[in-house]
Write a protein that binds this ligand. Sequence first.
Ligand code: UDP
Length: 413
Amino acid sequence: MSSPYSAYRSIIGKAEHDLIARLAQRLEGRSLAMVNSTRDGGGVAEILRNMVPLLNEIGVPTDWEIIEGRPDFFGMTKTLHNALHGRPEPLTAAMIDAYWEVSRMNAGKLADKLDKPLVFIHDPQPAGLLRDLRKPGQKWVYRCHVDVSNPFPPAWDFLGPIVTNYDASVFSHPSFAQKMVNPQFLIAPSIDPLTDKNKPIPPEFVQKTLRRFQLDPKRPLLTQVSRFDKLKDPIGVIAAYRLVKKTHPRVQLLLAGGAASDDPESVHILPAIQEAAGKDPDIHVLDLPPFSDLEINALQRASSVVLQKSLKEGFALTVTEALWKERPVVAMAVGGIPLQVLDHKTGYLVHTVEGTATAIRRVLDHPEEAAVLARNGRKHVLQNFLITRHMREYLSMFLSVLHPGQAIVRFGA
Ligand code: UDP
C-alpha cells in the first residue's frame, strides 16, 4: 500500500510537493504506460510498484504492463544484461530470433494497452515492442537501468539501434550515456521513504525479526541484501567476511536475497553460495519470498555494516535503502554506487575483497566515525534519491519529450 501524496510534504517541504503537482497538471491528463518484465524482484519493479500509484494520484493516468516470456527469451535477455555490463557473452542468431519472436507475441497482446500518448519502456526485455507498436503521434522513451559504460560490443550493436529509434532515452549515471541522435536524460533512481521497505519500524519488530532468523542481536551483523546473482558477488562477500572473522571473531554474516522471475540464473547461484558458506554457523543465507519488505527493513536496520560487493551495478537501491536507515555502508565503486557512497563522507567505497574487509574493520573499530558517515548518508538520500525528486524529473522529461524543439515549456495558466 502506498502512502497518499500529501504524506510526502512533511519530508520534502511544501514548495517541492506543490511543484511536482503543478508539473503533473501541466501534462493535462495525458496518459502513460510503463512496461517492464517482472512485478517483483529487482530494483525496476521496486520503483514502479511505488511510483505508479503516486503518478495516478497526482493526475497522470499511468498503467503498468508486464511482458511475458519463455525460458529461452529470459535466457537471452539475461545474457544481454551481462554483456551490456561488459561480460564477453555472445548472442547467437537463435537467441536473437527468440527475442524477436517473444517481442512480437507480446506486441500482439499489448497493442491496445500501449495505445497511449507516452510509452515508457524499462530495460532491454520489452525494448523491441516499439518496432511493432509505435503509432504516429506517440512518444516512446527508453529507460536504461544498466551500466552500459563499457559494454561487450556485440551487445550494444544489438540494443543500440533499437534504442536509437526511441524519442528519448534515460540513463542513471553520466558515464552510462551513449552516442545517440535522440535526446538523453540523466535521472537517478530512488527509494520511497514511506513504504514497508523503508518506513520507521519499532525496535521490537527488529529484535523479533533477528530472533526469527536465528541471528544474535548482541553480535555485529554484516549484511548484503541482493538477488542471488553473480554480479552481486556473494562469494566475494563471504571471502571478505572470512578475512574480518580472523580479527573480529564475533561477526555474523547475512546474505539475504531471492529470485526474480525474469532472471533464470538465480536458481544456480543459491547452491553455489550455500556451498561457499559451508558449515559456518555464523553465515546465514536467507532465500526470502517476494514482498518480504518489512523483514528486509528490519534486517537492514539491525546491521552493523551493510555491504554491496557488486562487480557491476546499475544503481543499487539496496545501498540507498541502507543509507536512508543511517547504516554504515561499504560498497564497491561500480556503476551508480559512487553517486550514493561518497568515499569517507557517506560510506566507504572499495575495489577488492581485501579492501572490503579493511573497510568493515574500520567501521567496527571506529563506530563514532561510521555513525557520522551514516548520518551524512541519510541527508544525501534525502536531498537526491527520494521518489519525489525522481517523479519531478520524470514529469519534466515527459513535458520536454511532448514539446520537442521547445526551449521553454510554460507552467501554469
Ligand atoms: N530486494 C528484495 N528482496 C530480495 C532482494 C532484493 O526485496 O530478496 C529488493 C531490494 O531491497 C531493492 C531491490 O530489490 O529494493 C534491488 O534493487 P537494486 O537496485 O539493489 O538491484 P537489482 O536487483 O535491481 O539489480
